[in-house]
Ligand binder design. Structure first.
Ligand code: SF4
Length: 670
């Protein structure tokens, strides 16, 4: 009996690792002890050493996580030659693995022959039943588990240039019965609700009818149900051809047969604008045959390529928009035509193209740039991975026209996230609503200002795209902004902190822009420091250097307008002045005034009056005001903590404040 460890690298994965699940079945049949880990083992097993360790691999861009798992496997295996690495990435990039980890056993392709792992008693592992039990051994929960994960065909044979299937599964197998596997899963683990068929190209099979007949016979015909294990009530069950259906191969007969199945959703890709007619034809065939839930992957960032006997050009951002628009519009058409027996729903999933040999996600297609790609990701956040299905959301998020879409792609990322209508909230106080509404108005004013600048670009449009294309908003890149409009647009991409820290580099013209031309931004910067409890003095030095006393006055004014008692801005302002060796107002006295207010030793009005003295730059008067109130401070603190008067903590607090007063005023406080 051997100790076997199976590792799936610690990346997010929607579907469980079928290969490892089948290897688990194989080893358990031999009587071995099998343990499954996501990334690494829990601490209690850290010291254990294993006879064999299997590591699965998936997407090439997950190389970093994959590497970590193999490194880990090599530290916990008894003999370094007993680490087996297989799966998609291992098959696509074997040289990279062998160069990095020369001692491992690399397993390329499917485990579809006896002896692929070179082990004694090895069977045709790919046809074994997956061991569902191992999924309970880890904390990670795969979104889809209450399902049979099976294949009824293998390979594809269409040889599309960008697709890995021709390398992974070069041979097309048109029919694999799943009858026995389902019976075995039912017997060992209990019946599963749904069926996930992971076939690459089911529609290509010359035994398609036989496949459909078997699926119906196995209880996956249209409208079929399954008794809930908890309540016994019948639940709808579904088949999901999760790798999609090839629109080109769908015809009347096949669509009619698919309509006999509990298929939901039917996934039909719309990867290239050139495929519009065949995509629409496939959607219509589905709708006509009662398949109402349709889902389409829309590949973007792609390169030109040849596949399915055709040449496709590299896609553009406009192509992505147009394909989404076609889906929305065509869905409406289908509902007008076939919606009487239930509406058709189309969910669109834009998916970024990453080449087969990319070991990270940074690939940028010919007609795309980093900034645009980032913007698409940002626009998709509200969908939470559920796809885009409503016209209203699509138009609000992507825009009403391809031009608006491009404008949105160029918009600063933070502003993209601030778009949208003001939404009323139930159970929100009037006060909170007012605050939220006024912030919403400010956000929209920022968006409007950026849009105004964007639309004024004229011939500078290309220069702007050049400036933002790398999504690099460093000061080095700012130096390349060659006109005032480009400079102004650039700063809308910066965080408030970055603007403060770099205000000297941004220059007096930009300071004038944010103070005079677009004062909302200056007010936001003031609000930002007033509402922070951790402002670093160094971030205020630039403003002080450029503006001196005027900046201190602006901060005090903004504070009076919207006081936040826990702010550390007055202390930071003092430190910043000290660092610049030019103290125009000892703002520590204002910081101490906040402590008086926090202890209720002074009223709101008194605090405001003290702040006004700050505006006049009258330190002496502030000092005197606080000194008069120091007795109240002492009493207030004692009163508030009557029960704990002896408590060390409270006494320490009083001492701390008194000692601060002493430092500031150099007076004895009794
Ligand atoms: S048809 Fe689909 S699965 Fe087949 S090679 Fe082309 S992209 Fe890959």
């Amino acid at each position: 009996m051997e100790d076997i460890l199976l590792i799936e690298p610690n990346y997010a994965n929607k579907y469980p690792p079928l290969g490892l699940m089948k290897i688990s079945t194989f080893h358990k049949q031999l009587g071995d002890c099998v343990v499954f880990a996501k990334g690494t083992l829990p601490d209690e097993l850290a010291e254990k050493r294993w006879d064999k360790v299997y590591v699965s691999t998936l997407f090439t861009f997950e190389w970093e996580e994959t590497k970590k798992s193999i490194e880990y496997a090599l530290t916990v295996v008894k003999d370094k030659k007993m680490v087996f690495v297989g799966g998609i990435m291992a098959t696509l990039m074997p040289e990279l693995f062998m160069e990095t980890f020369p001692t491992i056993n690399l397993v390329k392709g499917l485990l579809n022959r006896e002896g692929t792992l070179g082990l004694l008693n090895e069977q045709y592992i790919d046809r074994l039943m997956p061991d569902y039990e191992i999924l309970d051994e880890i904390d990670y929960k795969y979104p889809a588990t209450d399902a049979y994960f099976l294949y009824m065909t293998r390979g594809c044979g269409m040889k599309c240039q960008f697709c890995a299937v021709q390398t992974l599964e070069p041979e097309y197998v048109p029919y694999i019965s799943i009858r026995d596997q389902i019976a075995e899963v039912d017997r060992r683990f209990g019946a599963k609700r749904n069926l996930l068929l992971m076939d690459n190209n089911m529609l290509r099979s010359n035994q398609f009818d036989k496949i459909v007949d078997e699926l119906i016979e196995l209880g996956f015909g249209k409208g079929c149900t399954y008794p809930s294990p908890h309540t016994g009530k019948p639940l709808q069950r579904y088949i999901d051809f999760n790798q999609g259906l090839d629109a080109k191969l769908l015809n009347e007969h096949k669509a009619k047969r698919l309509g006999e199945l509990a298929i939901s959703p039917a996934r039909i890709a719309f990867d290239h604008i050139e495929d519009e007619e065949q995509y629409k034809r496939a959607l219509e065939l589905c709708a006509k045959n009662g398949i109402k839930y349709l889902s389409n992957y829309i590949l973007y960032n792609g390169e030109d390529f040849t596949g399915k006997g055709q040449h496709y050009r590299a896609d553009t951002p406009e192509d992505l928009y147009t394909r989404m628009r076609i889906s929305m519009d065509f869905c409406d058409e289908l509902n007008t035509k076939y919606g009487n027996n239930g509406r058709v729903h189309i969910f669109s999933f834009p998916m970024k193209y990453i080449p087969l040999n990319a070991i990270n996600r940074s690939f940028v297609g010919t007609h795309w740039n980093k900034k645009y790609l980032r913007a698409v990701q940002r626009m998709l956040i509200p969908t939470q991975g559920k796809g885009i299905s409503t016209r209203s959301f699509f138009e609000a998020d992507f825009g009403n026209t391809p031009e608006e879409f491009i404008e949105n792609l160029a918009m600063p990322e933070d502003l993209l996230g601030l778009r949208g209508h003001f939404v009323e909230k139930r159970e929100e106080s009037k006060e909170d609503r007012k605050k939220r509404y006024s912030q919403w108005k400010v956000n929209h004013a920022r968006i409007d200002e950026w849009t105004r600048l964007y639309r004024s670009l004229g011939d500078d449009y290309t220069s702007y795209v050049d400036l933002i294309q790398d999504n690099d908003f460093s000061m080095d890149n700012y130096a390349k902004a060659s006109t005032p409009t480009l400079q102004k647009m650039f700063i809308h991409n910066l965080s408030y902190l970055a603007i403060l820290r770099n205000i000297e580099t941004l220059g007096v013209e930009i300071l004038t822009y944010i103070k005079v031309e677009f004062p909302i931004l200056y007010a936001e910067l003031l609000k930002y420091v007033i509402h922070s409890e951790h402002t670093q003095f160094s971030s205020l030095q630039g403003m002080l250097t450029l503006q001196g006393t005027a900046y201190i006055t602006d901060v005090i004014r903004a504070f009076i307008e919207e006081p936040y008692l826990k702010t550390n801005v007055f202390d930071a302002l003092y430190k910043a002045q000290k660092a610049l060796k030019k103290i125009v107002l000892d703002t520590r006295s204002l910081d101490i005034a906040l402590r008086f207010k926090l202890a209720n030793a002074i009223s709101d009005t008194e605090l405001r009056n003290i702040m006004r003295l700050g505006l006049e730059g009258d330190e002496k008067k502030i000092e005197a005001r606080l000194y008069q109130k120091s007795k109240q401070l002492r009493e207030a603190l004692r009163e508030q903590n009557e029960d704990e008067i002896a408590s060390e903590v409270i006494l320490d607090k009083i001492k701390e404040i008194i000692s601060l007063l002493q430092k500031v005023y150099r007076k004895e406080v009794k």
